[in-house]
Design a protein around this ligand. Structure first.
Ligand code: GDP
Ligand code: GDP
Length: 438
């Protein structure tokens, strides 16, 4: 288990700036306008050799009650409840405010380890604020300047001292499964993302594009699989180029699927499969990602049998290059069927990762060649000799033989389909290359 460090405090004290500095990357958007970073962000960071999960609570305040303290509390409640350590950030230039005091009192009652951070403590302002901050009763304040980098090394040390040692928490072989949800505007991507996270981390609504700039969130599914979810709505917003919505949504989808291993293509079941959905699916294939279709809004479909048939017909005729894409019917809104999605995602990931033993592969190969004689090319018969799988993710094979590169396309397709059927590789791109030997 990776310990969770939650960054909480009033809007504009510099939580996002601090989060970015600790995470070592420009994750969150920082701005002078309070509430620009609306969504909660997660990042994994290495602090003094320890792996921690950082959570930025900046910005959730907007959706919550009237008083500032009420908003701070509402935004932090869920996060603090799962925190191994809370960084309570105050503004050294503004000094301690009543909202800070209320929040500190509330925090003390949560029984979580707290580290009091006085930010914007560059220059002389810092010393006074630090003295004042003692009165919050949360221990010795640590003065930093997130913006200028002062005191951050000390802060990292303090954090590292307070979280358990887990230097081998994430061995190289167990990286999180990278997931993206793509689809046309209004297909229900944000709603589905919320469902998967099981909490209101993102704000959804009828207007497409209400959610802000979060780019990736991590969670652990019921099976214990670590999943990193790339958020297309966030990418869309970050791009914020003057583009028509449809176009913007597609370019965000493209960026997201490049970051992903498994792609969930959210399709509005009320609309059926559109050309744009097919374009996205073909893109997933071309980029070599595994695909799962979430046929969403199933709650509102009047004739389910007809809808299911229409979808599978459309996939069969228009996506012949990647047959067997799993289709999960669900309602992101009511939650019905959503429990089938993660198992389908894990399965798709496993298929995408498949490695076939060379022996089994070549036994199949001989068989396949026998069942369908190789065609003549320029009056001479091709000779394919053997096959290897140099890599997975997606499964990639090389066939060697005399003039193998001249193997006609329909024979190539026959081999790919036979591979798919024999070794159970539905819904994943398969790369089959041919290499001539002398
Ligand atoms: P958040 O609302 O807590 O997430 O605050 P932000 O990270 O968005 O920062 C709010 C503002 O404070 C931005 O204009 C930052 O540039 C500024 N800021 C952040 N850290 C520091 C700091 O150490 N010193 C000063 N002077 N300004 C800072
Ligand atoms: P996005 O643009 O793809 O992120 O779509 P949203 O998640 O914002 O959803 C668009 C609209 O569809 C919202 O009004 C949602 O309430 C609605 N919606 C999403 N999922 C479902 C569902 O499963 N059933 C129904 N009936 N409506 C849904």
């Amino acid at each position: 288990m990776i310990p969770t460090v939650v960054i909480a405090g009033r809007p504009n004290v510099g939580k996002s700036t601090l989060f970015n500095k600790l995470a070592g990357r420009r994750h969150a958007l920082v701005s002078d306008t309070p509430g620009v970073t609306r969504d909660r962000k997660d990042a994994t960071a290495q602090l003094r050799g320890k792996t921690v999960r950082l959570v930025d609570t900046a910005g959730l305040e907007e959706a919550a009650p009237e008083t500032l303290f009420g908003r701070m509390r509402a935004s932090s409640e869920a996060a603090v409840s799962e925190a191994d350590l809370v960084l309570f950030v105050v503004d050294g230039r503004a000094g301690i405010t009543p909202a800070d005091e209320h929040f500190a009192a509330w925090l003390r009652r949560q029984n979580r380890p707290v580290l009091l951070v006085v930010n914007k403590a560059e220059g002389r302002a810092g010393a006074n604020a630090a003295l004042e901050a003692f009165s919050l009763g949360l221990g010795t304040p640590i003065g930093v300047s997130a913006e200028h980098g002062d005191g951050l090394a000390d802060l990292m040390g303090e954090i590292a001292d307070r979280v358990p040692d887990n230097s081998d928490a994430e061995p190289a072989g167990e990286r999180p499964l990278k997931l993206a949800i793509i689809g046309r505007p209004n297909a229900g991507k944000s709603t589905l993302l919320n469902r998967l996270l099981g909490e209101e981390r993102m704000i959804t609504g009828p207007e497409p594009g209400l959610t802000r700039d979060a780019v990736a969130v991590r969670f652990t599914d019921a099976d214990g699989t670590e999943i990193e979810l790339v958020d297309t709505a966030g990418l869309r917003r970050r791009a914020r180029i003057e583009q028509p919505l449809e176009k913007m949504s597609v370019s965000a989808s493209i960026e997201a699927l490049k970051m992903a291993e498994v792609v969930v293509l959210a399709v509005d079941a009320l609309d059926g499969i559109h050309d744009q959905d097919l374009q996205l699916a073909r893109l997933v294939e071309r980029e070599g990602r595994a695909c799962v279709i979430a046929l969403n809004k199933w709650d509102a479909v009047p004739d389910r049998n007809a809808a299911r048939r229409a979808v599978s017909d459309r996939l069969q005729t228009s996506l012949a290059q990647m047959p067997g894409i799993p289709v999960v019917t669900l309602s992101a809104l009511t939650g019905q069927g959503v429990d089938k999605l993660l198992p389908a995602i894990r399965k798709a990931h496993a298929v995408w990762n498949t490695r076939i033993a060379t022996g089994a592969l070549n036994r199949w190969f001989e068989d396949a060649l026998e069942r369908h004689q190789l065609p003549l090319v320029d009056g001479r018969r091709l000779k394919l000799r053997y096959i290897t799988q140099p890599k997975a993710r997606p499964p990639t094979f090389i066939v060697f033989g005399t003039r193998a590169e001249q193997t006609p396309e329909d024979y190539q397709r026959y081999l790919v389909n036979s591979l798919r059927d024999t070794f159970g590789l539905p819904g994943t791109p398969i790369r089959l290359q041919f290499r001539g030997t002398r």
